[in-house]
Write a protein that binds this ligand. Structure first.
Ligand SMILES: Nc1ncnc2c1ncn2[C@@H]1O[C@H](COP(=O)(O)OP(=O)(O)OP(=O)(O)O)[C@@H](O)[C@H]1O
Length: 250
């Protein structure tokens, strides 16, 4: 079954076409990744999908329903939530209270929302920091907080925007099992990621954006060796030199 279906999505900022008729699908379950060089339009696409930007044209269907143009909260209530590259904890609030903000999307009562926050905090490895001021969390802790706030909304689909960015290799190794566990609970994941090792080990399928347009799709191991993808990342000259060297050594 298809969870997310994007059709011909376009968005311009002034003269810049940040999203050029993007069409892609995300199947239910599993982890799909969205990669591409800096400025390719990945975050813009997340913003278009989750209601933070309004598309100029095209459509977004979530679980079969046309959600194009709906505001973020209405989309989150339907079960699609995104995280942000830069995590901003609500200062002066504890980790538990920060996460409860996510839980309040669907839960009215304060005690129930705090209980939900506690359960989710344990799930992401923040169980020992529940009463800490969220602003004093390390970068890695803030990333976990962002994951927890998203999980607290009881999502069916989470869009992670560079959830591993800014983490060192050992912190990345610690977060990857958390992402796998979320997937194993039946939540579908679409993630933007620059760390190729993580893309390879996490995702089942990869879409590649360059200059606002999809240029490749497929299993990650095939996509990273696609000449169009190498050219998008390294430029034409370098891609040609690599292809020549590979041909010579074959
Ligand atoms: N609100 C905006 N106003 C004007 N231009 C924007 C806006 N948001 C994004 N852009 C431009 O759209 C293009 C795509 O940006 P976007 O942030 O989506 O790329 P990205 O692939 O997520 O990049 P990165 O990997 O560096 O985060 C860039 O040229 C960016 O400068």
């Amino acid at each position: 079954m298809t969870v997310l279906e994007i059709n011909g999505l376009c968005k311009s900022f002034g003269g810049l076409q940040a999203s050029q008729s993007v069409t892609l699908t995300v199947p239910q379950g599993g982890i799909t990744s969205l990669i591409g060089p800096n400025g390719a339009g990945k975050t813009t696409l997340f913003a278009l999908i989750t209601g933070f930007h309004t598309p100029d044209s095209g459509s977004v269907r979530f679980l079969g329903e046309d959600i194009t143009g709906l505001p973020p909260e209405a989309i989150a209530k339907r079960g699609m939530i995104r995280t942000f590259q830069t995590v901003q904890p609500f200062a002066g609030q504890t980790v538990r209270e920060n996460i409860a903000v996510g839980a309040h999307l669907k839960i009215r009562g304060r005690a129930e929302a705090l209980a939900k926050a506690e359960a989710v905090a344990r799930q992401v490895g923040l169980g020992d920091r529940l009463d800490m001021d969220a602003a004093s969390l390390t970068v890695a802790g803030r990333k976990r907080l962002e994951v927890a706030r998203a999980l607290a909304t009881d999502p069916k689909l989470i869009l992670f925007d560079e959830v591993l960015a800014g983490l060192n290799p050992s912190e990345i190794r610690d977060v990857i099992p958390v992402i796998h566990a979320i997937r194993d609970e039946g939540v579908t994941i679409l993630l933007i990621e620059h760390v190729m090792q993580a893309v390879m080990s996490l995702s089942d399928y990869t879409w590649v954006l360059n200059q606002g347009a999809i240029i490749a799709e497929g299993p990650p191991k095939d996509v990273v060796s696609d000449p169009h993808v190498i050219e998008a990342y390294l430029g034409k000259g370098m891609a040609e030199r690599i292809a020549k060297r590979e041909a010579a050594s074959a």
